[in-house]
Design a protein around this ligand. Structure first.
Ligand SMILES: Nc1nc2c(c(=O)[nH]1)N[C@H]1C(S)=C(S)[C@@H](COP(=O)(O)OP(=O)(O)OC[C@H]3O[C@@H](n4cnc5c(=O)[nH]c(N)nc54)[C@H](O)[C@@H]3O)O[C@H]1N2
Ligand SMILES: Nc1nc2c(c(=O)[nH]1)N[C@H]1C(S)=C(S)[C@@H](COP(=O)(O)OP(=O)(O)OC[C@H]3O[C@@H](n4cnc5c(=O)[nH]c(N)nc54)[C@H](O)[C@@H]3O)O[C@H]1N2
Ligand code: SF4
Ligand SMILES: [Mo]
Length: 748
């Protein structure tokens, strides 16, 4: 019934609510029916101008997430090892009692934070994380960024002068899509926000071709025209050979961005050393197939290569991330429809502001190093795998206090089992989280935010990866049970104040919020006090209105009366779609000379390391990671409807590899790496390259002191026990969670 107007219920009322799912980059519009104060049903919103009726099982279970009896609803304080529910004032006083003495004794350098993945999807946390990270004075903080997209941040910073300027594959209009190291059938798209991404990929096949480069024949590969099984960690070599062929066969076509390119000749000289014959053996892809891939890309007017986590979380993540873009540029598929394009978000994000001192894409890294390992800072982050040793190793500068925000690093980060032990040594740990899980069980205080359905929603960062310029606003479905409970942004502001010397309970939240707002106004050439006078409230809604109104479609506070405002979005509950991506070069570039740097020296310096990889003795077996549609990293395993079906925490192994080891389907095996050892059941398959095994991450529940009734019933094992903390992509410091050498034996 396209276009029909429905009667929508108000916040907290029974009836029909429209809500954008905050769980992944697909940002599906949902219809949520509430009866007697409970979610009676979740259905896709077919009138949503972005998702047009797409949904997955996770979105359909948002009601179960909200109703989860294990979800933390009131602050909790640990007293003599026992949790007590307390009021908010008591909880903040306890934070002060814990943190103030640590800062007084050791200084703020002994305090750090870990900010996890759901933050990027949260209305409140995403818009205010910058306050904690920027104003608290903590010299180093940690995040899953360095087990995720840090290599892409790095290559974008160096090439475009914008560390969050990611070219996104225009899947709506391309005719040849090469997917490397991504499985959108499970993930629903990553650094690629698209509505019903598998539907769009199916449509590419109707028009043209889809090729998947992955060591695993994933559900995405099953639905592609061709699967190219690649040796983990060798994508950079493959892409160098593709670029070689483009130069060698005079297929280079720089397209519309030609005037902005810097370094084309250097690149030509570099790739001359990388003929397909040189990389065929190590990649496992024949030289002629590589040449043909280059020719197909060059000959197809609308073609694009898309690389994601498999090309980042690996030994040569920075080179691979850079070279994906290089190949798109050399084939003329950059900044044009059907190629890789820079999205235009309707609301600009605080998160993507340049790092002070690094505005121009300079390679000024290692401005500080970690105390224990000497790991260098890259774009303000050090490898997250350093956190455990920084807590556990005594001496000047030892970490004594930790704040976690929406993160579960015990399961998500390399050698999480060591972190699990180290967390007990902290003098203070405060977690902003909704569950008592493997990480937060170590906390002294847990400060819960409202459930997703008790918050408004409009994505922040994710809309910068979206194939359409879309804007929408969802009011909360439910009213807060305790109207006086602070929102998560307020918690962040109080903890920031605490870090700078004010007791958490005394922090003037409104003043800090106003100061932050004034700064945001200042970046737009506006006077904060004047703009603030237009509002009767602060918080993320005010920030959203500012970023919409000063964004590309905004009304600029009246300059364009037809322009976008939050009020206008409220009147369009199905969202407003400003259409597909448009060319943005050169305006999007942050380099001082306005150029795209095709051959950044910092990345070229890493090529000898890749060359050494070519002659390394082949590994017997290497481990890669995978995702499942009904998991979300570590944290949706407590939702009963998502846990139906057979055990997902299994080791995928090729039949030949299993037979050779006397292993049968369903057998339990031990998997050993230089990092550690786990025991897990095997799933024997032909849908994986021989010599490669695959494990999902985010499992390993069932720990004492957690409150996860359902997850603890199907705990699985933590694959990150196997991730060696020092196995890294060197230029970015990103963890190499794929391509880990392992041994597999039948369990005794
Ligand atoms: N349902 C669900 N959705 C999610 C998540 C989730 O946990 N569950 N997590 C979210 C998050 S945080 C992220 S970052 C995104 C990630 O989204 P994607 O990037 O799509 O991640 P995966 O589904 O893990 O797919 C990665 C693929 O890389 C392959 N691979 C491993 N090593 C290599 C290699 O060396 N080379 C190549 N070419 N391929 C390799 C793996 O076999 C796997 O198929 O998903 C998001 N969406
Ligand atoms: N081996 C291996 N390891 C990996 C990966 C891999 O591919 N392989 N992928 C990596 C990637 S890409 C990522 S992003 C990381 C994820 O790493 P993390 O972000 O550390 O892990 P999550 O499992 O997403 O943890 C989310 C936490 O947030 C809490 N939470 C959920 N919603 C909210 C909310 O609204 N507010 C608050 N305050 N808390 C909330 C949950 O209870 C949970 O504690 O894992 C990484 N680890
Ligand atoms: S694909 Fe699923 S989890 Fe992702 S936004 Fe849509 S409903 Fe939510
Ligand atoms: Mo991620």
């Amino acid at each position: 019934m396209a276009g029909t107007r429905r009667e929508l219920a108000g916040v907290g009322e029974d009836g029909l609510h429209l809500y954008t799912c905050p769980l992944c980059e697909a940002m599906c519009g949902l219809e949520i029916r509430v009866e007697q104060g409970h979610v009676a049903g979740v259905r896709p919103n077919r009138q949503d101008v972005w998702s047009h009726g797409h949904i997955c099982p996770k979105g359909a279970s948002l009601g179960a997430v909200h109703e989860d009896p294990d979800r933390i609803r009131r602050p909790m304080v640990k007293v003599d090892g026992q949790w007590q529910e307390v009021d908010w004032d008591t909880a903040f006083r306890r934070c002060t009692e814990l943190l103030a003495p640590v800062i007084e004794k050791y200084g703020i350098g002994a305090v750090t934070a870990y900010t996890g993945n759901p933050l990027a999807h949260s209305f409140s946390l995403a818009r205010y994380a910058g306050i904690l990270l920027g104003l608290s004075g903590m010299p180093m903080t940690y995040s899953p960024g360095t087990v995720d997209q840090w290599p892409k941040n790095l290559s974008s910073h160096l090439m475009y002068g914008g560390w969050w300027s990611f070219p996104v594959p225009d899947v709506e209009r391309t005719d040849l899509l090469v997917i490397m190291g991504a499985n959108p059938a499970a993930s629903q798209g990553s650094l690629l926000a698209a509505p019903d991404v598998m539907g769009l990929i199916g449509a590419v096949r109707q028009r043209g071709r889809v090729i998947v480069v992955d060591p695993v024949r994933t559900a995405t590969a099953e639905r592609a025209d061709e699967w190219l099984p690649i040796t983990p960690g060798t994508d950079a070599a493959l892409l160098l050979a593709v670029a070689h062929t483009l130069f060698d066969e005079k297929l280079v076509d720089l397209g519309t961005v030609a005037p902005q390119l810097d370094g084309v000749d250097t690149l030509g000289e570099v790739v001359a050393d990388w003929p397909p014959e040189r990389v065929a053996e190590v990649t496992g892809i024949g030289a002629e197939r590589i040449r043909e891939l280059a020719r197909e890309l060059a000959a197809t007017p609308r073609a694009v290569v898309y690389g994601r986590i498999g090309t980042c979380n690996q030994e040569f993540g920075s080179l691979a991330s850079w070279l994906v873009d290089v190949v798109n540029v050399l084939t003329g598929h950059f900044d044009v429809p059907g190629g890789a394009m820079f999205p235009t978000a309707a609301a600009w994000s605080v998160t993507v502001q340049p790092i002070p001192g690094l505005e121009d894409g300079v390679a000024d890294f290692g401005r500080y190093r970690t105390r224990v390992r000497g790991a260098k800072e890259v774009l303000g982050q050090v490898p997250v795998s350093c956190l455990a040793e920084e807590i556990a190793t005594p001496g000047e500068g030892q970490i004594k206090a930790l704040i976690t925000v929406a993160g579960n690093p015990v399961l998500s980060t390399p050698a999480g089992h060591r972190l699990d032990e180290a967390l007990d040594e902290l003098e203070a740990m405060i977690s902003i989280d909704l569950w008592l899980n493997e990480t937060t069980r170590h906390a002294d205080v847990i400060l819960p935010g409202p459930s997703p359905l008790e918050q408004p929603h409009h994505d922040d960062l994710i809309l910068h990866f979206a194939v359409n310029s879309v804007a929408n606003y969802s009011p909360p479905v439910f009213a807060r049970p305790d109207p006086d409970a602070p929102d998560e942004w307020e918690i962040l502001v109080r903890l920031t104040g605490l870090c700078t010397g004010t007791p958490a309970e005394d922090v003037d939240v409104a003043a800090i919020d106003d100061g932050f707002f004034d700064y945001l106004c200042f970046t737009q050439g506006l006077d904060g006090a004047t703009v603030r006078a237009l509002y009767d409230h602060g918080g993320p809604e005010r920030t959203l209105d500012l970023t919409l109104r000063t964004g590309p479609f905004g009304d600029r506070y009246g300059d364009d009366p037809d322009g976008l405002t939050l009020d206008k979005l409220r009147q369009h509950p199905d969202g407003i779609n400003f259409g597909p991506m448009v060319p943005r070069v050169p305006e999007v570039l942050g380099t001082s000379d306005g150029k795209i740097r095709l051959a950044p020296p910092y990345l070229l310096e890493d090529l000898p390391r890749l060359a050494r990889r070519l002659t390394r003795a082949p590994e017997d077996l290497v481990l890669v990671s995978r995702r499942h549609l009904r998991s979300n990293n570590s944290w949706l395993h407590n939702v009963a409807p998502l846990m139906k079906g057979r055990d997902r925490c299994t080791l995928l192994m090729h039949r030949e590899d299993a037979t050779r080891r006397g292993i049968a389907d369903g057998d339990r095996v031990t998997v050993t790496s230089s990092g550690g050892c786990i025991e897990v059941p095997v799933e024997v398959t032909e849908a994986i390259k021989p010599g490669v095994v695959s494990m999902p991450h985010g499992w390993g529940h069932g720990k004492a002191g957690t409150r996860l009734g359902i997850a603890n019933g199907s705990p699985g094992v933590n694959t990150n026990v196997l991730s060696p903390p020092d196995f890294l992509d060197e230029p970015s410091g990103n963890g190499a969670l794929n391509g880990i050498p392992v041994e597999v034996r039948p369990a005794s």
